[in-house]
Design a protein around this ligand. Structure first.
Ligand code: IMP
Ligand code: MG
Length: 180
């Protein structure tokens, strides 16, 4: 049952909407007169992406990527693997990558390095959530929705074992779920 699996709501739907609106305004102002390629990192960013693009008043194209991160088994170093790549050529384009959450920072750091090699005009990162307490690498995000404490959250696209993505609020999962 969805409801009994949730310990508490961390970011309610109304607050999410306000955050997304503000991010959209900032991005619209910063890129005035420019065109964007907005990149959705599937699956976690899908809902945030869908809301955010409608708060950005600029010409844009959508693109989608699927990434998977994996360890090499002996160290904590993780690299990302592209499961599905972009379809747009981003050379000389303004690229905005939309992430759900920055945790260790490793995913977004290696993605940034990978996309920079394709020589975009500019590459910016927007994340809905940020957990700075968990950061393992130096990473600058250009647009930040909300800083949250070191707790595992689900909803608004975020999952635990692929579930709970459809919750309207961002919620802390009940510990009983992990011990099932
Ligand atoms: P990073 O490389 O450690 O920054 O990993 C970021 C990815 O881990 C995110 O894109 C999420 O898929 C996942 N992740 C990190 N924290 C959470 C969380 O609290 N809930 C759900 N997914 C999370
Ligand atoms: Mg993700």
């Amino acid at each position: 049952m969805l409801n009994t699996d949730i310990e508490r709501v961390l970011v309610p739907q109304k607050e999410i909407a306000q955050i997304v609106k503000n991010l959209g305004k900032q991005i619209t102002n910063d890129f005035a007169g420019e065109e964007l390629v907005v990149v959705c990192i599937l699956k976690g960013s899908s809902i945030f992406f869908s809301d955010l693009v409608r708060e950005i008043d600029l010409d844009m194209k959508f693109d989608f990527m699927v990434l998977s991160s994996y360890g090499n088994g002996t160290t904590t170093t993780r690299e990302i693997k592209i499961v599905k790549d972009l379809t747009e050529d981003i050379k000389d384009k303004n690229v905005l990558v939309v992430e759900d959450i920055i945790d260790s920072g490793r995913t977004i750091k290696s993605l940034k390095e990978l996309l920079e090699k394709r020589e975009p005009k500019c590459l910016k990162i927007v994340t809905m959530l940020n957990k700075p307490d968990r950061r393992e690498v130096d990473i600058v995000t250009d647009y930040n929705g909300k800083v949250i404490p070191d707790e595992f959250v689900v909803g608004y696209g975020l999952d635990y074992a692929q579930n709970y993505r459809n919750l309207k609020d961002i919620c802390v999962l009940s510990p009983s779920v992990y011990s099932k």
